[in-house]
Design a protein around this ligand. Structure first.
Ligand code: GLU
Length: 447
């Protein structure tokens, strides 16, 4: 339920941003948590901090024309929403997926403000992308698209202004083409203008692994706080992209048994535990679907087309595919199957009814803002290395990531306690992330 003042702010958000359902959902979830903060801090309401936070500082929408291999011209739409720069330059990834429209970019940008704040590092919130569908496109088509996208984006970004990175559909290859075009247009080797770069041209160790590893570290902390661990636990990870693959890798290192993963065609269940080398070969190298994994793996591994991976019973669930992939019914199924912990590797993968089901059942629920913050935190470490023209070892970078995830976990718990909601990581993350941004906005005056 929303407290009266927040309810009128929310109505105004609905009115000003018609049809942007994912953005509405992301705003509502934060507003539901911060009622008690306004009681303690009347200065936030007096200065209209919440109304200001809900309105992006700047929104850029542009045309992206490009030519396919047959010479046909295509027109896509590009977006960059520069949401909040109270804590640092706008920071957040680019998503290339046919579902991308302004409402998706705004939901992601809004989440990013609080996530980035939670890392404790000096980064503001932003997000971008395009409705371009990379599926089935050749390497040269991807390169031409990235070059066209950057030909407009370059004038809006910069090391001290706005620093993009990857998200769904944008990995190391795309970041390389984007950075190459930026460098070519500006004639500047400005490494800190984008993160997720390759190791040979200014990228950081552990950035590729960071979102997945960070999410596994976060859940490890939640399990430890309940006196248990990953050791021997049955785990289901949805998705099979960058986040899912490195979540599986770290969980296996921590002793968990990942028995299923998925993509948009269905899921594979493999009770002996996912063979990660094979999964990487199929998904990362050959860019094929998960049914190929099941065929090559043989034995007890099987592919189940078109169904929800959440029907596979597990003790820990790691939704790592996309928004709204866990419904209320999925959550009920998971709870019935013995699930005790959930770590969101994707952004907003659990629908509001699902969150309610988990919390009422006493499941340790780590929201994406906290659990998947390791990716962007390591991007901030990449910016730090670029600024000092340094590069850190894998071991040191992973240690830093683990410390950051432990710290986020501890602050979420402490904040939830402070506000009388022990164990509520959603409230802890939203309140702690919000307070830091709000205080900076107050300190900076009317921005
Ligand atoms: N797209 C990632 C996220 O959702 C990473 C963003 C970044 O590294 O800037 O946090």
């Amino acid at each position: 339920m929303l407290h009266e003042k927040l309810s009128s702010i929310y109505d105004n958000v609905l009115h000003r941003n018609p049809g942007e359902t994912e953005f509405h959902q992301a705003v509502r979830e934060v507003l539901e948590s911060i009622g008690p903060v306004l009681g303690k801090h009347p200065e936030y309401a007096e200065s209209k901090i919440i109304e200001r936070i809900c309105e992006p500082e700047r929104q850029i929408i542009f045309r992206v024309p490009w030519e396919d291999d047959r010479g046909e011209v295509h027109i896509n739409r590009g977006f960059r929403v520069e949401f909040n720069s109270a804590l640092g330059p706008y920071k957040g990834g680019l998503r290339f997926h046919p579902s991308v429209y302004l409402g998706i970019v705004k939901f992601l940008g809004f989440e990013q403000i609080f996530k980035n704040s939670l890392t404790g590092l000096p980064i503001g919130g932003g997000k971008g992308g395009s409705d371009f569908d990379p599926k089935g496109r050749s390497q040269r088509e991807i390169m031409r698209f990235c070059q066209s996208f950057m030909t407009e984006l370059y004038r809006h970004i910069g090391e001290y202004t706005d620093v993009p990175a990857g998200d769904i559909g944008v990995g190391g290859r795309e970041v390389g083409y984007l950075f190459g075009q930026y460098k070519r247009i500006t004639n500047r080797y400005e490494s800190g203008v984008i993160t997720g770069k390759g190791l040979s041209y200014g990228g950081a160790q552990v950035r590729t692994e960071a979102t997945g590893y960070g999410c596994a570290f976060f859940v490890d902390e939640m399990l430890k706080a309940r006196g248990t661990s990953f050791d021997g636990k049955r785990v289901v990870v949805s998705g099979s992209g960058n986040v899912a693959v490195y979540t599986i890798e770290k969980i296996q290192q921590l002793g968990g048994v990942v028995v299923a993963c998925s993509d948009s065609s269905g899921y594979v269940v493999d009770d002996a535990g996912i063979d990660l080398d094979l999964l990487k070969q199929v998904k990362e190298v050959e860019r094929l679907r998960v049914d190929v994994y099941a065929k090559r793996r043989g034995g007890d591994a099987s592919f189940v087309p078109g169904r929800s991976v959440w029907e596979v019973p597990c003790e820990v669930a790691m939704p790592s595919a996309t928004q709204n992939e866990v419904t209320g019914r999925d959550a009920e199924m998971l709870v019935r199957g013995g699930c005790i912990a959930v770590g969101e590797g994707a952004n907003m993968p659990t629908m509001p009814e699902g969150i309610r089901v988990f919390q009422e059942a006493g499941v340790a629920f780590g929201p994406g803002k906290a659990a998947n913050a390791g990716g962007v935190a390591t991007s901030a470490l990449e910016m730090q290395q670029n600024a000092s023209r340094d590069s850190w070892s894998f071991e040191f970078s992973e240690r830093r990531l683990q410390e950051i995830m432990r710290d986020i976990h501890a602050r979420c718990l402490a904040t939830a306690d402070e506000y009388g909601m022990p164990g509520n990581y959603v409230a802890g993350a939203n309140i702690d992330g919000f307070r830091r941004v709000a205080d900076a906005m107050l300190a900076l005056g009317l921005i």
